[in-house]
Design a protein around this ligand. Structure first.
Ligand SMILES: [Fe+2]
Ligand SMILES: [Fe+2]
Length: 299
């Protein structure tokens, strides 16, 4: 499990308050996540849990049947979705859809544009999934998607808990043309990555997803899931390259020199054969699909 220094944790608590006041993962998602992590789960267990939440189930099916998800076959029932997608994938899908109800919009109390934030996050997850598939790891698609979707979640927690402080950081990053990450380190002594990790640990998320959140700015520190962390980081860079983001995070970079690129290349030499320019261009067609996902899940 990614360790978080006691001192940092104390600093986080003293800034945002009691950890018990953090948003909780919706009950159904938490139950499904626990169940799939234990090896005892059966398809029937999962459908029984979901029966209690028809609106979540209908969103999950809508996403599964959308262009965003790109299934070759329509899945009109949960049972069929479980058969076609498998339990691991369904649990990631449920997780992706549920996250949004943990963070409902609070109009007028947001430093940054939440719509843009979620498009950035979902695009990062989506690009990560496309990359994983391209590199011969389609089975990691659900995991890297959730990792991408949640990589910056600490920013929302900070904004919700300490709107005043986060507004200052956000504006300073923008004015000084620095990254939010650097300004957070300077002002707070910790960053949204650590805040996100605290939440991910509270939610009991899988280690790979915890690492994607904790190390997306320092992928070289990943221990258990360097591929997932590297892919999420590279997908984040593709978002930046395509300017799918929001203010304050516009520092320059070169893909092939980024540490995450080199880390992935170590295990997947075929990464070198990806034409970065062409791939960036191909991602244009994916943005609409990401918006469709956001519309379904936030609707
Ligand atoms: Fe970040
Ligand atoms: Fe990001």
């Amino acid at each position: 499990m990614p360790e978080i220094e006691e001192q940092i944790k104390e600093k986080i608590i003293s800034l945002i308050g009691d950890l018990d006041s953090l948003p909780t993962l919706p009950h159904v998602a938490a139950q499904v996540m626990d169940l799939t992590m234990s090896s005892r789960a059966s398809v029937r267990d999962i459908s029984r849990i979901l029966e209690g939440d028809p609106s979540l189930t209908s969103k999950v099916l809508k996403v599964a049947n959308s262009a965003f998800y790109g299934l070759k076959q329509q899945v009109n029932s949960l049972e069929l979705a479980l058969v076609v997608l498998g339990m691991g994938e369904i649990s990631h899908l449920i997780m992706s859809v549920s996250v949004f109800s943990a963070f409902p919009d609070i109009p007028g109390k947001e430093t940054f544009d939440r719509e843009k934030f979620w498009v950035h996050s979902a695009a990062c997850g989506h690009f990560a999934r496309i990359l994983a598939k391209r590199l011969g790891e389609p089975m990691l698609g659900g995991e890297v998607f959730v990792g991408g979707l949640l990589h910056d979640i600490g920013k929302i927690v900070l904004d919700e808990k300490r709107h005043d402080v986060f507004t200052d950081i956000f504006n300073r990053a923008k004015d000084e043309d620095r990254s939010i990450y650097d300004v957070e380190k300077e002002v707070l002594g910790f960053t949204h990555a650590e805040v996100g990790l605290v939440l991910a640990q509270m939610w009991n998320l899988p280690i790979s997803i915890q690492e994607a959140i904790a190390y997306h700015h320092i992928p070289e520190q990943a221990e258990k899931a360097p591929f997932t962390v590297g892919i999420v980081r590279v997908a984040d860079l593709f978002c930046k390259a395509k300017e799918i983001g929001f203010g304050g995070d516009n520092k320059g970079f070169i893909f092939s020199e980024d540490i995450s690129w080199l880390l992935i290349q170590k295990v997947k030499p075929e990464l070198a054969s990806i034409d970065i320019e062409k791939f960036t261009y191909e991602l244009d067609d994916e943005i609409e699909k990401v918006r469709e996902f956001i519309n379904i899940t936030r609707g």
